[in-house]
Design a protein around this ligand. Sequence first.
Ligand SMILES: Nc1ncnc2c1ncn2[C@@H]1O[C@H](COP(=O)(O)OP(=O)(O)OP(=O)(O)O)[C@@H](O)[C@H]1O
Ligand SMILES: [Mg+2]
Length: 249
Amino acid sequence: MDSVGHTYQAGKKQIHALEDIDLHINHGEFVTIIGPSGCGKSTLLMIAAGLELPTAGEVHIGGHKVTGPFTDSGFVFQDASLLDWRTTLKNILLQAEARGMDPEHAQQRARELMDLTGIGGFEDVYPTELSGGMRQRVSICRALLHDPPILFMDEPFGALDAMTREQMMLDTQDLWLHGDKTVLFVTHDIGEALVLADKVVVLGPRPGRILKIYDVPFPRPRSMDTLGEPTATEMQHEIRELLREHGAF
Ligand SMILES: Nc1ncnc2c1ncn2[C@@H]1O[C@H](COP(=O)(O)OP(=O)(O)OP(=O)(O)O)[C@@H](O)[C@H]1O
Ligand SMILES: [Mg+2]
């Protein structure tokens, strides 16, 4: 991502959401983006996925300039965005229908993913009958169905209670450790950003600019206990101070 900026045109008003974002992500890296509400995190993620085209700068994936939706990826939204009139399995299979995947193969893969993410047995249940955490798991299965090399996740656990969030975080780590995926993950939570990431990108208030990029050195698998280690405590403190200095809260 080179010198990326974005200005929305909302009627006569212009909203300058992002400015001068230079970000390089390596294959297989887990990168988290953290910053205050409204600083342009979702905008940045959508631009990276080609769902929004930047008004300045360029995005390249694997050497190719992104000029439209980057289809070889999966996207997990903040709310699970499930269709209430389709069963869990059929929600996951939406991805297969959109891509014209072989139905039998897709169904087998969907069932495998459901087992892997701990929602096996809930194939014929409707989304309204699931807990928030389970709905998010369905959404993650849908994003992974076509085995994309890149996964974009926009505050996927933001609406969940602390205990479920912790479990989802550890499960996401497992999924990533057992795969070969590049993940770009937006969060409000400094701890979550540190437990998951190889690299934490800290954005300042709107228009979002990169304040600092931290390399996260802790060995994996990590847990919430990792956050209790002195270096981790120090990093959390530093990120909080950096955000405060820039008026994030
Ligand atoms: N489609 C749009 N049209 C006009 N303005 C928009 C649009 N989408 C976002 N914005 C504005 O751009 C700014 C950045 O929005 P964005 O959703 O990227 O922030 P965010 O960091 O993801 O916030 P949050 O943490 O609350 O999700 C905000 O001021 C928002 O009002
Ligand atoms: Mg957002």
